[in-house]
Design a protein around this ligand. Sequence first.
Ligand code: ADP
Ligand code: ZN
Length: 713
Amino acid sequence: MLTKEQALKKYFGYTTFRPLQAEIIDNILAGNDSLVLMPTGGGKSVCFQIPALVSDGLCVVISPLIALMKDQVEGLKANGVAAAYLNSTVSAAEQNKIEQACYDKQLKLLYLSPEKLFSNSYIQILSQFPISLFAIDEAHCISFWGHDFRPEYTQLNKLKKYFPDIPIIALTATADRVTRKDILQQLSIDESNVFISSFDRPNLSLTVLPARGRIQYIIDFISTHRGQAGIVYCLSRKSTEDLAEKLVKAGYKAKAYHAGMEAQQRSQTQEDFLKDDIQIICATIAFGMGIDKSNVRWVIHYNLPKNIESFYQEIGRAGRDGMPSETILFYNISDYFVQIDFLKDLTPERRELQTAKLDRMRQYAEADICRRRILISYFNETVDKDCGNCDVCRNPRSKFDATILAQKALSAVVRTDEKIAIGAAIEILRGSHVKSLVEKGYDKLKTFGVGKELRAEEWADYLLQMLNSGVVDIAYDEGHSLKLNNTSWQVLKEGRKVMLSRAQSPQQKKEQLLEQEYKRKSKKEVLSEDLFDRLKVLRKQLADSQGVPAYIIFNDKTLSEMAADMPLSEASMLEVSGVGQQKFELYGQLFLDEILTFAKGAQNNGSKIKGATYLVTHELYQQGNSPEEIAAQRGMNIVTIYGHLCQLVENGAKDINLRSMINDSELTFINKALTTLPPVDNALKPVFDYLGGEVDYHKIRIAHTLMKQRITK
Ligand code: ADP
Ligand code: ZN
């Protein structure tokens, strides 16, 4: 049997566990039940897949999402793990085959839908399988209080009755307390077996932008994120379609997705996205459940979501592979009112709860402190520092004394008998002669036009800040009109000081973002980006020929590590995170060849690539040149060329015959010195001196490499 570390390397190509993974695995292997709470993309699957791989028998995984089942099984198979799934889409013949494999101990993981598990005494059949572990994915479905309750899930409490000795691991990304308590109770899991990992996803950048001009911004954004998959979440079905159409017109592969579409059309769109045949999905929140695509590089919210839970789940679909990914929320206050409107038919209690949740979302959007602090503290985690990866951290806004400015605004509100909403207030302050104002005689007010010096969006920003800091109130039930409160009167009458954050024009803000994007780009190795693109093409070809999504072959993180490190040998390829044994056997050589070709091309163009100089030597050697000839052709020292050949052999090159480059007596002579005086870190100078400087340096190098290969004669 493999150790858990060996299994992680062999099947997944990773060398270290993420936080808590090892502890969870050990807990299962000790025969205990566990409840695991990890954010989307946190690495839950490994927690039951590794125990399955290092134990005898079968791990049965209960999962409610058919699409996800298929993805996971595909991913496992690609890693050389024997896995299968049973649900309503599987034919009877296929099912028989799978069950036979279970009896025969040929399978390590079997995915089951809960419907399947509790149909026609399937439990009886299961009890004949050699089961080592039950894993319950999306365990929050068990709770009536969770956001995705599934009645079938409540029957899972029977598992303990039928299989008292088999450990259960329940996993979910929903952290709320009631749900958690429910899961523990229903599955009889002990509080001491709960594992909660941090919900922070530091690889996701957080940005909020004013909604004005968002379409153009999205188009600009996509043009600087060439070929990167992303999702735009919109509030309405219509806006998903409109936006998709605009993006298509702008030359991008985009499609809409919403619950009003035919099931067939929806699954086709999802499939196209998974396979990178379309780059962008414009979707309502109907999209995403059961999507396991690891290389979503950005998520944009076209409108304000209704609460932080949904928002966090939606942005969580970006960067599941751990690579830096971006999230942008477009915000304007009218979206908030639209959401408030949706709540009006709820019972008073529910409305109060949902309004409170919506308000937290709004606080996030309007924050002038680190946005990640707001998100993380929402999930009851303590945060002790600013994140450095949100727009507030990157461009902290300076505060200024805004008392006069606030007085102007408040006085406009007073003079209109507190009957105006934010929009009208801005127009009065800016003195615009729109009909609705003139009709009411507002253009005759003393305050008309006293705030001309500021742009409308600056006023909008300041009025919002005033609202948030309680300098003015708003009456949602009176056409959102602004109202004065005690603080407002103190500001007006007593000159109470008001401090606000300096508004940044949306244009400035957007330019700054694009500039940062540009800087980030130029820091990256341009070369490795080119190689990354080439590797992506190869990956897509392989994926298409096998009918699987590209990330099943290698995910973006693995591919970009290849592009950055440029492994040129089998050994260094196997060091890349995500290259396990099976994947290496299937694709390793193809990717090595591609990298090799690229490196040679770059070398010929005069670009310096670490390692490419070795390749040129290798190629000349393969063409039949002797080391001396190579040195002459390349105008390099012979010692250097021998050094290249030795290095190539150490990296795994099999076609270089070093032994023929040194005769028997030389080898014996040098070996004596090498064993008496073992070189430290490949430093051969002491050996050279020990031999009295009589032996060629490059011969010592050859003998040394041969010794590492255990060739001593
Ligand atoms: P979840 O189910 O929690 O949403 P997954 O199990 O799908 O997350 O894991 C997310 C990604 O992280 C996958 O691409 C997975 O291969 C990767 N991953 C998991 N564990 C590790 C690890 N120890 N090292 C590197 N990558 C990992
Ligand atoms: Zn921050």
